[in-house]
Design a protein around this ligand. Sequence first.
Ligand code: ATP
Length: 369
Amino acid sequence: MNASKLSIVDLTKRYAPGMEPAVNRLNMHVEEGHLVALLGPSGCGKTTTLRMVAGLMDPTAGSIIVDGKDITHTPVNKRGMGMVFQSYALFPHMDVEQNVAFGLQMRKVSGAEQRRRVEEALDMVQLGHLAKRRVRELSGGQQQRIALARALVVEPTLLLLDEPLSNLDAKLRETMRSEIRSIQQRTRATTLFVTHDQDEALDMADRIAVMNGGLIEQFGSPTEVYERPRTRFVANFIGQANFLNATVLSEDGPASGDERFYKVQVDGLGRCGAVGRPGLAGNSQELVIRPHRLKVDLQAKPEDDPLAGTIERISYTGDMLGLSIRVAGQLIDAQLLTSSAGVPRLGDSAYLSWEPADAYLISETPGEE
Ligand code: ATP
């Protein structure tokens, strides 16, 4: 296993004595060169965590280790971190070049070296031609890229980004997303990225830390947190999900990794297949299945004993068809690509089935990595 670039150990922040901690014994290990998204709802402690890593705020307890050194009490200006925050706060009275050079001047880098590195950083964000522009003459996206260049030019030990795209309009946000990601991949800057936007996290991150109530509920790759959510909270926060209560009847052989196939009885509905961690036979579990992974048959009941229901709600968006299907008292959401065969009607029958690998048995209680 690679050594961690950043380790956060039992990090805790209580803003006032007796208050619930904003960050509660959080643990996380970030590999060199990775972009890690801290993802979670408003108030879950993302910014507080980032500010402690930056050195802008003292933790109540716990430690922050970078490159094997404990920097928990190292002052902010000695941490060598690059930061970009929501309001990018460039210096309006300076031109682009002066803004980017600022951190190098603070570090007393020589004039020639400064010029070389500023040019390189501006090239990286593709704004070399704007070097002499005043900041106030730039668009929001250009300012954001300059803020990024200013953070990268000092070759930071860690790059810390706090909702850097939230001030931009939707289209620009998407462009900047892929730009930041490609710049990050080129520079291999180990990056912590705060966002409450699941798509942004799935699109950009090597690893996602899904936070809730000051804790990490799951730390994993985008596909892990989406396909194999450890908790109901994670399944709900990242994408849409149906939850079914099920009793695990028996194991049905090995699946991928250390997972097993199981036969399960979905409460009040029927029998089906699912996957989960080892050792779940005999348990009551919650089963999570994504709407677009459900197979919906509108014509006739196929052989393999699907769940039969009635369509209660239809949403048609041209390319996609969203169906809410009532199956034995429970409403299940499905999503299909449309076809020229037309749209079903309310009250029509629908038969649901799924591949066992697409139904995941949530098996863990919330907790940290
Ligand atoms: P958002 O997405 O809204 O920025 P967040 O996940 O970044 O939220 P934090 O800003 O870290 O959350 O806040 C975590 C908790 O700490 C919240 O309950 C918040 O109200 C509280 N908090 C944040 N700053 C302070 C402060 N200066 N004093 C007291 N409580 C604070």
